[in-house]
Design a protein around this ligand. Structure first.
Ligand code: HEC
Length: 289
């Protein structure tokens, strides 16, 4: 969590008025609609900093609180998705085992393991999130999505005599995000996307705003590792607070996404020729206002 920092895009490239503001982003942000009202200045140095030590807020005071809540909510959802995906990843050999029948990876079991992973990674107890808050409601929907996806895939996962079953973390995450959308799509959206040239499943294609930020910021060698990008923009005709969290190829990813480029991997897709440490994906979260 501490590694994540925020760069908040400001409307129309308007500079923050605070003398100590570290925001260097002076270029017009993609699709950012909000304008700074006259007389409003950035709230640097105020309570917004309590959230993450390295958080950079340049914004109108009236919306700073809701923005800090939005960031917290987005990080919780991204963190829980990552936690659940890690559980699948750690059980990949078990899932792929053609001899084992019942793997014991029910929805309830995976949920408990994911909660533990989330606690471990973030230091935050998911149980401590107020279930009446928006963060709590969305997290509950996400947890329910995890449980349903696991329960619905028991036949596949427990099938004897078949090794690789196609149930890999990325597929699991997509199914969870689709189910989350069905439950909470009016309020929020979670998607795992990537630079266009790396996309396998068309459903994961970045939209034009995501693509713009990915290509003009996140892929650049000087973009700080793991630094998220946030902005208030319009999405599907609604105002949304959007967060993009970069993810990088680790060694384990390269057996499918690495080289030689074009060779077919175990899942049947041509490998992308990705490099260790390269931007391989982006978790994209939208919170509708
Ligand atoms: C066993 C092979 C395999 C491994 C290992 C693997 N992936 Fe994938 N990845 C896939 C498949 C298959 C898909 C398409 C999933 C789908 O149908 O939605 C995918 C999709 C993705 C996507 C979504 C965008 C898209 O192309 O559809 C991202 C991002 C991604 N992988 C990143 C990673 C990262 C990062 C790692 C390592 C932590 C990793 N993958 C490890 C097979 C793999």
């Amino acid at each position: 969590m501490a590694k994540w920092t925020v760069r908040l895009a400001r409307a129309g490239g308007k500079a923050c008025a605070h003398s100590a503001c570290a925001c260097s982003d002076r270029r017009p942000a993609y699709g950012v609609r909000r304008r700074w009202p006259p007389g409003r200045r950035c709230l640097h140095g105020a309570a917004a900093f309590a959230l993450i030590s390295s958080l950079i807020f340049c914004n109108a005071p009236s919306s700073a609180a809701s923005e800090s809540e939005d960031v917290t909510t987005a990080l919780t959802l991204a963190g829980f998705l990552r936690a659940a995906r890690t559980v699948i990843s750690e059980n990949q050999s078990l899932i792929n085992d053609p001899e084992a029948g019942d793997k014991g990876l029910t929805g309830a079991v995976v949920l408990e393991k994911a909660k533990a992973k989330f606690r471990e990674a973030s230091g935050k107890d998911p149980q401590s999130v107020d279930s009446n808050s928006r963060e709590g409601r969305l997290l509950s929907s996400q947890m329910a999505a995890v449980v349903e996806v696991m329960d619905e895939n028991q036949t596949t996962i427990n099938r004897k005599g078949l090794g690789f079953k196609g149930f890999v973390p990325a597929v699991f995450a997509r199914l969870v995000n689709e189910r989350f959308r069905a439950k909470a799509g009016q309020e929020a959206d979670i998607k795992v996307t990537a630079p266009r040239r790396l996309i396998r499943n068309r459903k994961a294609l970045p939209d034009s705003w995501e693509n713009g930020i990915i290509e003009e910021k996140l892929v650049l060698p000087d973009w700080p590792k793991n630094q998220m990008y946030t902005a208030e923009t319009e999405k599907k005709g609604r105002t949304a607070f959007r967060v993009l969290l970069p993810e990088y190829y680790g060694q384990g990813c390269l057996k499918c996404h690495g080289g030689p480029k074009g060779d077919i991997d175990v899942t049947g897709y041509p490998k992308e020729g990705g490099q260790l440490g390269e931007l391989g994906g982006v978790i994209s979260i939208s919170l509708f206002r």
